[in-house]
Write a protein that binds this ligand. Structure first.
Ligand SMILES: N[C@@H](CCC(=O)N[C@@H](CS)C(=O)NCC(=O)O)C(=O)O
Length: 209
C-alpha cells in the first residue's frame, strides 16, 4: 500500500498507525504548498486524488481510500491483534468514532486551515483560538480517566490527536494550562513507532510542549 503524505500535515497519523500495526507503507510525498499540488516529479495530485488533499492511501486492490478517519480504521482493522481500534461490534467502537469525529471536526479543522493562514484575519483567528481552548479543555478532562483517550491502551484516536494537537507549537496555541495533555503528547512522542513515523514523515518537531 502507498500513502500519499505531506510533511507537517495530518498524514502523520496514518503513518503512526501503520507503524504500530506493523504494516509497511510505501510513501509518496505530495507538495501541498504549491498550487496545483504536485507529486514527485510534477504530476498533478488532483489527477490521483480529486479531493486534492492528503492523506490518501492506495490500496493493494488499486482503489484509493481518502479521509484520515477511514484510513486509520482501515489500517487498524488489518491488524486486529494490535488493539489499535476496538472490534466493530463493541460499545467501545462507538467511543472511538466519537473521538475521531471530535478530533476531525472540532480540532483538526480549527487548527487547519485557520491558524496556518494569518491572512484569513485576526477576528477569525481569535474566534478559533477561543474555540480550541474550550475543546482542548475537554481532552484534558478526558485524560483524567486514563493515559489514552480510550483508557489504558494507545489507539488510532491517540495517533490522530497527537498529530493535530502537535501543531500547537507551530501555531502558537497555548497548552501550559493543560498539564495532562502535555504529558500525553510527550508520552506518545516517546513511542518508537511514533518516533519512526515522525522521522519518515519529515516532521522534525511533533510534540507541542
Ligand atoms: N477531511 C480530510 C482533510 C485532510 C486535510 O485537511 N489535509 C490537509 C493537510 S492536514 C491538506 O492536504 N491540505 C491541502 C489543501 O487542502 O489544499 C481528512 O480528514 O483527511
Amino acid at each position: 500500500m502507498k500513502l500519499y503524505y505531506a510533511p507537517y500535515s495530518c498524514s502523520l497519523s496514518p503513518l503512526i498507525v501503520a507503524n504500530e500495526a506493523g504494516i509497511a507503507l510505501e510513501l509518496e510525498r505530495v507538495d501541498i504548498r504549491q498550487a496545483p499540488h504536485r507529486v514527485g516529479e510534477g504530476e498533478a495530485f488532483a489527477a490521483i486524488n480529486p479531493k486534492d488533499y492528503v492523506p490518501a492511501l492506495r490500496l493493494n486492490d488499486g482503489g484509493l481510500l481518502t479521509e484520515g478517519l477511514a484510513i486509520v480504521l482501515y489500517l487498524a482493522d488489518r491488524a486486529p491483534a494490535s488493539g489499535l481500534a476496538p472490534a466493530s461490534d463493541s460499545a467501545q467502537r462507538y467511543r472511538l468514532l466519537e473521538w475521531l469525529a471530535f478530533i476531525g471536526s472540532e480540532l483538526h479543522k480549527s487548527y487547519s486551515p485557520w491558524l496556518f493562514h494569518p491572512e484569513l484575519g485576526e477576528t477569525a483567528q481569535q474566534a478559533v483560538r477561543a474555540k480550541l481552548a474550550a475543546r482542548l479543555a475537554l481532552v484534558e478532562q478526558a485524560l483524567a480517566d486514563g493515559p489514552y483517550l480510550l483508557g489504558e491502551r494507545f489507539g488510532v484516536a491517540d495517533a490522530y490527536a497527537f498529530t493535530v494537537i502537535g501543531w500547537s507549537k507551530l501555531t502558537g496555541v497555548e497548552l501550559s494550562g493543560f498539564p495532562r495533555l502535555r504529558d500525553y503528547l510527550e508520552r506518545i512522542a516517546a513511542r518508537p513507532s511514533v518516533r519512526e513515523a515522525v522521522r519518515a514523515h519529515g516532521m522534525a518537531v511533533a510534540a507541542a510542549a
